[in-house]
Write a protein that binds this ligand. Structure first.
Ligand code: ADP
Ligand code: MG
Length: 685
C-alpha cells in the first residue's frame, strides 16, 4: 500500500499512550487481536519484472536505483527516482519525503518496491510505494501480507507482529460442540483464522475480499452465534428482574388528561397505549419500543403512560437526545400535566446550579413526579425517589449504555422502559437486533395532516429557488433551510450554516433570516426557535439540530441543501417538520453531484411519504450496517456478518445457539466472552 508520512496530527501534539489507542480499536486481550481480521491483502510473494508490471494493479518489483533527484513543483518539493531491473525502468515518486527515504533511494542501491503501478509522464511509475532496502536473494514471504484496520499511531508492521504473536501464543481451541458443528459444512476455527490472517499463495483473493470464502463464513457464523447467545442470556437476565406493578384501571390523572385534550386519540394511539398498559400491570419490566412516523403523536402516548405511573405513586423520567427537544417536551408536557396537578422537574446540562440543586432534591425526595431532561438525567448526582417508568425519546440517538443508565439508576425495582422512535427499524432487522424488545407501531397520522409534496432541484438553481421563496414568504409562509452535515465535523457544519445564513440574508435583504445550530448556548437557541414560532423569523437556517421533534405548524416549506449527503430516514424526519399546519407543504431537496445510487435514494424520498417504506428501501439500497449506525443496535454490534447478506447464516446461528446452550452452557459463555468481552456491559441491555 502507498504510505504517506502525514498522520493528520499537528506538530508537537502528543499521541495517547498505546494501550488507549488500541482500546479504541477494541484491541485489549489476545483474543481481540486474533479476531482483528484483515481488510485486504498485499501480494508480496512474488517479484514482477518491471517490463511485465500491469498499470492499475498493486505489485511488487525489485531493482537498482539509476538516479534520484529532488524536483521543484508548485506544490512543493518532490523526490523522483528511476529504478531499473534490466527488463525496464520504473519511476518512483514521493510527493513528500523524509531524509531516510532519500538515503534509501540513493543511486546504486537496490530496493524492493510494492505499490500501485500507474502510467506516468515518463512511463510506468509508483507514487509512494512501500520501499524496502532489498537484500538480494532474501526469501519472499509464502503467504499474502494482511492489511489490518489501524488507527492513528498504530502501524501495520506493529499490528502484524502483535497479531502474529497472539496467534502463536494462544491455543485456538474449538469451543463449539463437535456434534453440532459436524452437520455444518464449515472449516475448523484454527484453520479459518490462519487462512484469513495469512492466506497462502494462490488463495482466491476475490472470495477473500468479498468475504464469501469458507473461512469468512466460519468467522461470520461464530460471530452470529455469539450474538444470539448474548441475546438469549440478556433475555433470561431480564426475566429475573422485578418491576413495579402499575394497575391501569380508573386512574384519576390519566382520565383527567384524556378529558383535557383538545383532540381524540387516534385508533393506533389507543391500541399502543393499551399495549403499554398491559406491560405496566406486570411485574416483569416493560421493554417496549413505540415506532411511529413523524407527527404520529408519540408524545401524548408517552404522557399518558407517565400519568399511569404517577397515578400509581411512581415517578416518570423522560430523556431526550438534545436540549432543544427536551425543552420542547418540557413545554408540551407542562401544558398538559401542570393543569391536572402533576409536579414537573427539569434537568439539562447548562443549568444554573441553584435551579439544578432544587430540581435534584425534588427528584430525590419524590416531590417531582415527572422529570424531563437530556443526558443530564443519567448523571451520578441524580437520585430518583421511586422511578417507575423511564421514557427515552428518539431512542436510536442514544448509546446502549446511556439507555441502560436511565433504567438502572439506584433502585431495588427495575423501572419499566418505554422507547420512542420515528426511525423505523425494518422487520428483518428488528427480529435480530431487537429480539428482546416488544415493538408497538403507531401506523396512523392524526386527522387533518397533509402529505408533504417533495421536489428535487439541482443546486445550480439555488438563486431561482431563493426568488420563489421570497414570494412564498410574502404570502405568509415560513421556511426551514437545512444545511448539510459535514462528515464528523461540527465545526465545518457550523461554517457551512453560517455562510448559507450570510448568503441568504444578503440575497433576500427584505426577509428576516435566523440561524440556529448545535453550538449556540441553549438560551440563544431557544430564543431563535421562539422567534421562529412567533413568526418574527421568515427563513430559519439550521443544521440538523431541528431534525427531531421541533414543532412549528406555520412553517410549510423546507429546503434541504445537499440532500444527497443525508440518510433517507434523516431526510424523512427533517421533512416531518413541515406539513403540521393548515397550509399545503413542500420539501425541496437541493442536490449537488448525484451518483446512480444517490439518484435512486432521493427518488424514494420524493415518491414515498411513508417512513417504514422509506426505511425498507434505504436498507435495500445501502445495507443494514450503514442504516443502523453504531448506536442503534441494542446488543453487541456485528463486525463481520451482515444480517441482510448473510440472512441464511443468521437462521442457522439462531438454532445453533439454542442447542449449544442446552448442550453445554459453559462453553457457550466462553464463546461470547471471546467475541464481546470489551462490551460485556451491553450483554444485559
Ligand atoms: P411525534 O410522533 O413526531 O413525536 P408529536 O407527538 O410531536 O409527534 O405530535 C405531533 C402533533 O400532533 C402535536 O402537536 C400533537 O399535539 C398532535 N397530536 C397528537 N395526537 C393527536 C391526535 N390524536 N389528534 C390531533 N392531534 C394530535
Ligand atoms: Mg416526537
Amino acid at each position: 500500500m502507498a504510505t504517506t508520512p502525514f498522520r493528520g496530527r499537528k506538530k508537537g501534539e502528543k499521541l495517547d499512550p498505546l494501550p488507549q489507542r488500541l482500546a479504541r480499536l477494541g484491541l485489549v486481550r489476545d483474543w481481540d487481536f486474533i479476531l482483528h481480521l484483515p481488510l485486504r491483502y498485499e501480494d508480496e510473494t512474488k517479484i514482477v519484472p518491471i517490463a511485465r508490471l500491469i498499470p492499475g494493479e498493486s505489485q511488487q518489483c525489485e531493482g537498482q536505483v539509476l538516479r534520484c533527484e529532488r524536483i521543484r513543483r508548485p506544490s512543493g518539493e518532490q523526490l523522483q527516482a528511476v529504478i531499473s531491473d534490466g527488463t525496464g525502468n520504473l519511476v518512483v515518486r514521493l510527493l513528500h519525503f523524509y531524509p531516510s527515504q532519500v538515503k534509501q533511494l540513493a543511486a546504486g542501491s537496490t530496493v524492493r518496491l510494492y505499490g500501485p503501478v500507474r502510467e506516468g509522464f515518463l512511463g510506468l511509475e509508483m507514487v509512494h510505494p512501500k520501499i524496502k532496502t532489498a537484500l538480494l536473494g532474501a526469501k519472499l514471504p509464502t503467504t499474502l501480507t494482511p492489511v489490518y484496520p489501524a488507527g492513528e499511531g498504530i502501524t501495520q508492521t506493529w499490528l502484524r507482529k502483535r497479531i502474529a504473536r497472539a496467534l502463536f501464543d494462544v491455543e485456538i481451541k474449538e469451543l463449539m460442540p463437535a456434534s453440532l458443528l459436524q452437520k455444518l459444512q464449515l472449516p475448523g476455527l484454527p484453520q479459518a483464522l490462519n487462512t484469513l490472517h495469512h492466506p497462502p499463495v494462490g488463495a482466491d483473493l476475490q472470495a477473500l475480499s468479498e468475504r464469501t470464502d469458507p473461512a469468512w463464513q466460519r468467522i461470520k457464523f461464530d460471530e452470529l452465534v455469539a450474538q444470539q447467545i448474548a441475546l438469549r442470556r440478556s433475555r433470561e437476565l431480564k426475566a429475573t428482574k422485578v418491576a413495579p406493578v402499575i394497575a391501569t384501571a380508573r386512574q384519576p390523572l390519566t382520565e383527567r388528561l384524556l378529558q383535557s385534550l383538545p383532540f381524540q386519540l387516534t385508533r393506533a394511539q389507543r391500541r399502543v397505549l393499551d399495549e403499554i398498559g398491559q406491560n405496566l400491570a406486570k411485574s416483569t419490566p416493560m421493554n417496549r419500543l413505540v415506532q411511529g412516523d413523524v407527527g404520529s403523536g408519540k408524545t401524548i402516548v408517552a404522557a399518558l403512560a407517565a400519568t399511569m405511573a404517577i397515578d400509581a405513586g411512581y415517578q416518570t423520567a423522560l430523556m431526550a437526545p438534545t436540549e432543544i427537544l427536551a425543552e420542547q417536551h418540557y413545554e408540551k408536557l407542562s401544558q398538559w400535566l401542570q393543569p391536572i396537578g402533576v409536579r414537573i422537574a427539569w434537568l439539562a446540562g447548562k443549568q444554573k446550579s441553584r435551579e439544578r440543586q432544587e430540581n435534584l432534591s425534588a427528584i430525590a425526595d419524590g416531590s417531582a413526579q415527572m422529570v424531563i431532561g437530556t443526558h443530564a438525567l443519567i448523571q451520578e448526582s441524580v437520585h430518583f425517589h421511586r422511578l417507575g417508568l423511564a421514557i427515552i425519546d428518539e431512542q436510536h440517538r442514544f448509546g446502549v449504555a446511556q439507555r441502560l443508565a436511565l433504567r438502572e439508576g439506584n433502585q431495588e425495582q427495575t423501572p419499566h422502559l418505554l422507547m420512542l422512535s420515528a426511525t423505523p427499524i425494518p422487520r428483518t432487522l428488528a427480529m435480530s437486533y431487537l429480539a428482546d424488545v416488544d415493538v408497538s407501531v403507531i401506523d396512523e397520522l392524526p386527522p387533518g395532516r397533509h402529505p408533504v409534496t417533495t421536489k428535487l432541484v439541482s443546486l445550480s438553481r439555488k438563486r431561482e429557488l431563493l426568488d420563489s421563496i421570497a414570494q412564498q414568504v410574502a404570502q405568509g409562509r415560513q421556511v426551514y433551510w437545512v444545511c448539510p452535515l459535514i462528515e464528523e465535523s461540527e465545526k465545518l457544519d457550523l461554517t457551512a450554516a453560517t455562510e448559507t445564513f450570510k448568503e441568504i440574508s444578503s440575497y433576500l435583504p427584505n426577509l428576516s433570516v435566523g440561524l440556529v445550530h448545535g453550538a449556540l448556548p441553549p438560551e440563544q437557541k431557544q430564543a431563535v426557535m421562539q422567534s421562529f414560532k412567533d413568526g418574527r423569523i421568515d427563513v430559519l437556517v439550521a443544521t440538523t439540530v431541528i431534525e427531531v421533534g421541533v414543532d412549528v405548524p406555520n412553517a410549510s416549506l423546507m429546503v434541504i441543501e445537499h440532500a444527497e449527503r443525508f440518510g433517507l430516514a434523516q431526510l424523512h424526519q427533517l421533512r416531518g417538520r413541515v406539513g403540521r399546519g393548515a397550509a399545503k407543504s413542500f420539501c425541496i431537496l437541493l442536490y449537488g453531484e448525484l451518483s446512480e445510487t444517490g439518484k435512486q435514494r432521493l427518488k424514494v424520498i420524493r415518491e414515498s411519504n411513508d417512513g417504514f417504506e422509506i426505511a425498507q428501501r434505504d436498507l435495500e439500497i445501502r445495507g443494514p450496517g450503514e442504516f443502523l449506525g453504531a448506536r442503534q443496535s441494542g446488543i453487541p454490534l456485528l463486525r463481520f456478518a451482515d444480517l441482510q447478506r448473510d440472512a441464511a447464516l443468521v437462521e442457522t446461528a439462531r438454532d445453533f445457539a439454542a442447542q449449544w446452550i442446552r448442550l453445554d452452557p459453559e462453553s457457550a459463555t466462553k464463546h461470547v466472552k471471546r467475541w464481546f468481552s470489551a462490551s460485556e456491559a451491553f450483554l444485559g441491555a
